[in-house]
Write a protein that binds this ligand. Sequence first.
Ligand code: ATP
Ligand code: MG
Length: 517
Amino acid sequence: MPEHNAVEMRGVTKRYPRVLACDRVDLDVRRGEIHAIIGENGAGKSTLMKILYGMVRPDEGSIRLNGNLLVGHGPSDSIKLGLGMVHQHFMLIDPFTVAENVVLGIEPVRAGLFVDGRAARERVERLSSEYGLALDPDERIENLSVGLEQRAEIVKVLYRGADILILDEPTGVLTPQEVSELFLILRSLRKSGRTIIFITHKLNEVIELADRVTVMRDGRVTGTVSAAETTPEELARMMVGRDVLLRVERGETTPGEAVLEVSELSAIGRKGTHVLDHVSLRIRSGEIVGIAGVQGNGQTELVDVIAGLRPASSGQVVLSGSDITNRRPRVIRDMGVAHVPEDRQARGLVPEFTVAENLVLGHHHRAEYSRRGLTNVAKIEEHARELIAEHDLRPADPSVSASHLSGGNQQKLIVAREFDGDPALLIASQPTRGVDIGAIEFVHTSILKMRDAGAAVLLVSAELSEIMTLSDRIAVMYGGRIVAEFEGGTVTEEDLGRYMTGAASDSGGQDAAGGAA
Ligand SMILES: Nc1ncnc2c1ncn2[C@@H]1O[C@H](COP(=O)(O)OP(=O)(O)OP(=O)(O)O)[C@@H](O)[C@H]1O
Ligand SMILES: [Mg+2]
C-alpha cells in the first residue's frame, strides 16, 4: 500500500471581500516531518492552517488527511481524524488546573457519572513525562508562565489523539530558554512518528528545526524547499521577492538632554510584593536604551508605570523636566510619549474599529481630527492612507475592520500610529513581535531614524538580537530591579543571559549564590 502524505491540499482558495487570502494553494506535508510555513504578514499562512483544521471554509480546493478526502469538515472532525491545532491564547480556562483543562469536554468518567480526576491526572502526567513537558497536572493555569501554558495546550491536543499538530507562531511569545525547550518537545514528538506543521517568522528556527519549509507570498505558495539545503538569505528572498537586510546598522549618536529620568521607582504587585524595586534609569534625547530580561522580571511594570497605566508606589518619573508620576495615560501621551504596548490585543487597538479609526486612536481629540465635537472623517482617512502606504499595511484599505487584519499587520498598524508625529519619548515594547522580516527591517530603521531625529527610545524586547542591534545602552532587569547596565556593543548575548537569569549581578549580594562565571 502506498504511503500517504499526512496532508495534501490541492487548489485551496479563500476569498475575503477585499483580499484573496489563499490562491490555489497546493501543500504536501509528509508523515513524520516537521514542516515550517513562512511568508510575509498577510500572506495567508494562518488562513491556510485554519482551513486545514476546519475553522475556515475554503471557496475551492480539496484536502486529504492521511489519504482521506475531507468534505465540509469542522474542527471536531479534524480532531477525530488525528489533526490538532495548538492555540496560543485564551483557549484554556484560568481558574482550572492543567489536568482539568486537558480533559475538558472528554473527561474520563467513573461509574458513568463522576469525572475521574485521578485518571485524568495520571494520563496528563504520562503524556507530560513521555515528551519531556515537565507539567504539573494540579497547577492552575493562571499560575503558569506563557511557555507552560503552551505545553498544556500541546498536552490537550495529544490527549485527544492528535498525530498531526499545527502550531501558529508558537515561539512568538516565548523566552529563548522556552524556545529551546519547545524544540526538544517537538523533536521528541517527531521521533514518536507525529507530523508537525508550524508557522514562524524566524528563519533561524526554520533552519534549526524544520525538515522542509513552504514559503507563501500574497496568498500563493512560492515553493517548498528542504531546510538543510537553504539559507536564511534565500528564504528571505523567496518571501519578500528582494534581498532583505537581516540586520540593520546602528550608526553613532550624540545624545542630548535627558528626556526620561526615572528615579527609585517602585510598584507593588497583586501579591503585595515589589514588582518594581527602586529602579533608576535615564534616557537622553537621541539615545536608545534597551531593557533585556526574562519575561516577568519587571519590564512590563516599568513601562506601564511610565505610561501611566499602573500606579507607582514610590519614586519618580520625570519627562523633559516635568514630573509625570502617576499622571493619567492621556496626559502623558499629550506630553509627547508614544507607546507600542506589548499586548496588542488588549491595549494596542480596538478590533471593531476600522484601520483609519485605529490609526488616530489616542489622538482623535486633537484639533485636526475633530472640530466642535464633529469628527473630520476626510482628514482621518487621508492620514490613514499616508500611514498605510508608508508602513505597507495590507490590505491597503482604511475602511477594513482591524479584527480582519492578519496578526502582523495589526502590529504594524500600532507601530505606524505610535511612530507618527515626533514623540519626545518612544516606548517600544516588543515592537516586532509577529511581524515579518521585511517589516522588522523597516521598524528597526524607523526606530533608528527617530533616535537620530532626537527622540529618546525605551526598547523592551524578548529578542536579544533586537536589543543588541538597536541599543546604545542596555539595562538588564531581574527580579524587579536593574541588575546591570552596559554600553551597546560591549557585551555578548551569553553575558546578558547570565544577568537575565540572576546568575550574575552587579548590584551586590547575589554573585555568590548564583555562581557567576
Ligand atoms: N475574517 C477575515 N475577514 C477579512 N479578511 C481576512 C479575514 N481573515 C484574514 N483576512 C485577510 O486575509 C489575508 C491573510 O491573512 P492571514 O491571517 O492568513 O495572514 P498570515 O500569513 O497569517 O499573516 P501574519 O504573518 O501577519 O500572521 C490578510 O490580508 C487578512 O487581512
Ligand atoms: Mg498569521
